[in-house]
Design a protein around this ligand. Structure first.
Ligand code: FUB
Ligand code: ZN
Length: 687
């Protein structure tokens, strides 16, 4: 009897310890090393972080002021039937997201002036909050005639376009970042008050309404609020939002409500909504231990990487509903690939890594990060893309801001958080996930370890890691061996390398080569480390050619070129011919050229190719050219013009330049195909 009681007590104790641990790590078995513990000394990311700090964040605050976003709060504090509610029903979130970005930034680069500025903004935000916590300027400033998307009463259109819960989500995310950066509660208290207002009125209890967010994000945010406050009701509300989706009046694919979440297996609908929902599900699964949620997002992830992911890591193929397309529907010029969706894709893959510890999620994350995400913001930090197409006739141009400013303000909050994605720790394992020069302080089983990374990544594959534990310490350094190095463009068969190259890598500890079998994609070095230990990593980095699965019609007969994690494109300023009329050699050879003075320092790739054009008589001609390729993320920095990521290699995919006066009919009869040469040029596709 006594023994049974002791065992029961022990079980309770273990459960409590586990629950505590779960809360500490956000419930995830793997703990990220927070960005506040990582000092980036990197040229590539250092430039981006500086631009974010010095340009993007001030610009975004300026735009909030200039475009009346602050005025909305002032008006809501003094409502009037005279106010005409314009803009978008989620304009408040640009203020919250910019505060979030600025909060991350001041944690690494303290800035008292900026902190004071945020306090002044928060004063007007607080004044706009209704006594019971409701904070939604699009209604409060003129409750009789609110925003046309708001509905006549609270929550009436929350499953459509009111964005009341979306506003809550961004508010919480911003407030927590601000609280953690400054220790002040002025934003956090506002967010808690609004969260409490929602929680009182929405949920399963008596008198509550059953509603789910029209636009997800509150799920992630509420899970975080639970971690900060310890209040279980927020986690329950997050879970309620996930569990009830598909069971309310809103039943459609656009908002991922076509079936209950646990039954979903395909990524559908609005891509930002989807990626935020999958991330929120991961958070709730981590905190509740509910594996059914994990199975659902694992299945959906398989669908995305096998059928719906751009080679740039972008997601959301179509502007119809800013949504995922059908399987293999990945058009290039009309690719939507919203910047916010790329950010969502990073959030989601990051969380899947924290759940599963497999490097394949970081392969997708890295591809998205270096390509389809940072393409959304100019190197100077002041020019934005909302969609990130993979091809252009010159109709695309970076913009200083947008009326619907979700992307600029999202990138504004994402970039300063980047250092938090480099390392993670689990028990006695340190994961090195991204290759970025930095110094970082972390704790492994309670003991301090200082890591210093020096690298020329993403341009060079040499990485040096100085390991400095406090005293001698046994632990495992797990170095991610990127998928691109192992001959895997992305997990699954959506893309494949076509050049038969075998890249390799070499890892040395204190000058001695070490070997390891890969463990979930990680090269594991287990030893007792001591001050002065040095790890040298060398990844082969060479231009590679990629083909998409034949089912991707838009890429048929075409190749893309990448080197390391960087996807390249052909762009007009580097080529004095139409880059859309290019035909790649069957066996292209590449040279890599460093351009320190171009676009903040890039590697360009050159290769012999041909351009195709018709003369006035309708005869097809070819011309040998030296094609220069530029990193995709850096496109559209030198004006507008042609750009293409996917370049024809099969003649039937080529698009010769047409003379203005020649009709298609006359062309048909006059096409003269050149001979196939030794390099295999003009070979017809066998696919
Ligand atoms: O609805 C809020 C944001 O506006 C979405 O996330 C974007 O796709 C844009 O529609
Ligand atoms: Zn956006």
């Amino acid at each position: 009897m006594k023994r049974a009681m002791i065992s029961a007590l022990l079980v309770i104790l273990i459960c409590c310890v586990q629950a505590q641990k779960r809360i500490e790590n956000g419930g995830y078995p793997i703990t990220p090393v927070p960005f506040t513990s990582v000092k980036v000394t990197d040229t590539f990311w250092g430039q981006r972080l500086k631009a974010s700090r010095e340009v993007t964040i001030p610009l975004a605050f300026g735009k909030c002021e200039e475009t009346g976003r602050y005025d909305n709060f002032v008006k809501a504090a003094n409502p009037s039937p005279k106010y005409k509610v314009g803009g978008y029903s989620f304009d408040d979130t640009d203020v919250y997201k910019t505060i979030e970005g600025a909060s991350y930034s001041i944690q690494t680069y303290p800035d008292k002036k900026l902190e004071k500025y945020m306090d002044s903004v928060l004063t007007i935000v607080a004044a706009a909050q209704e006594p019971d916590g409701y904070l939604y300027t699009a209604r409060t400033m003129n409750p009789e005639h609110p925003h046309e998307w708001a509905g006549s009463k609270r929550w009436e259109k929350v499953e459509e376009l009111s964005h009341e819960f979306y506003n809550l989500g961004h508010m919480i995310e911003g407030a927590i970042a601000h609280y953690q950066a400054t220790g002040k509660r002025n934003f956090l208290d506002i967010a808690i008050k609004y969260a409490d207002c929602v929680e009182r009125e929405i949920g399963n209890g008596p008198g509550k309404q059953i509603k789910v967010p029209g636009h997800q994000i509150a799920e992630m945010a509420l899970a975080k609020l639970y971690l900060v406050t310890g209040e279980k009701k927020y986690l329950q509300l997050a879970r309620f939002f996930i569990d009830r989706r598909g069971y309310t009046k809103r039943i459609d694919a656009y908002s991922q409500a076509h079936k209950p979440v646990l039954e979903q297996d395909e990524a559908v609908g609005h891509a930002v909504r989807a990626a935020y929902m999958y991330s929120g599900i991961a958070d709730v699964a981590a905190l509740t231990g509910d594996t059914d949620y994990i199975c659902a997002i694992d299945r959906i992830w398989e669908n995305v990487v096998a059928k719906k992911l751009y080679v740039t890591g972008g997601i959301g193929a179509t502007n119809r509903g800013e949504a995922f397309g059908e399987n293999y529907e990945l058009p290039n010029m009309s690719a939507y690939c919203e910047t916010c969706a790329a950010i969502g894709n990073v959030y989601w893959n990051y969380r899947l890594f924290l759940l599963h510890g497999d490097s394949k999620y970081y392969d997708v994350l890295e591809r998205t990060l270096y390509n389809g995400l940072i393409s959304g913001i100019s190197l100077e930090g002041d020019g934005f893309f909302y969609p990130n197409p993979l091809e252009s006739n010159g109709q695309h141009k970076r913009q200083p801001w947008f009326g619907c400013a979700c992307c600029p303000s999202n990138v504004c909050r994402f970039i300063p958080s980047l250092p938090g994605y480099i390392y993670a720790v689990r028990d006695r394992d340190i994961y090195v996930n991204l290759f970025v020069s930095n110094t970082s302080d972390m704790k492994v089983q309670g003991k301090n370890v200082l890591l210093t990374q020096k690298t020329g990544y993403p341009w060079k594959g040499d990485i040096q890691i100085d390991v400095n534990p406090k005293g001698r310490q046994a632990f495992t350094l797990k170095i991610r061996i990127p998928g691109w190095l192992q001959g895997r463009v992305t997990p699954g068969d959506l893309y494949r390398y076509t050049d038969n190259k075998e890249l390799s890598y070499q890892i040395k500890v204190n000058g001695q080569q070490v070997e390891s079998l890969l463990d979930n994609g990680y090269f594991a070095i287990s030893r007792t480390w001591e001050k002065g230990d040095v790890v040298h990593i060398r990844f082969d980095m060479e231009p590679r050619t990629v083909r998409a699965n034949h089912k991707v019609e838009a890429d048929r007969g075409k190749i893309s070129v990448e080197c390391g994690p960087i996807v390249y494109c052909a762009e007009w300023p580097d080529n004095d011919f139409s880059v859309l009329s290019v035909l790649m050699n069957r066996k292209p050879e590449f040279t890599v050229e460093r351009k320190d003075d171009l676009l903040h320092g890039i590697n360009q790739i050159q290769t012999r190719a041909q351009t195709l054009f018709y003369d006035g008589a309708g005869c097809l001609h070819t011309k040998e050219v030296l094609l220069t390729l530029t990193p995709y993320y850096a496109w559209a920095h030198r004006g507008s013009g042609e750009m293409a990521v996917w370049l024809p290699q099969d003649i039937n995919a080529a698009r010769p330049v047409l003379p203005p006066a020649v009709t298609t009919e006359s062309l048909k009869s006059k096409v003269i195909l050149p001979e196939k040469d030794a390099a295999g040029l003009f070979e017809w596709s066998t696919e």
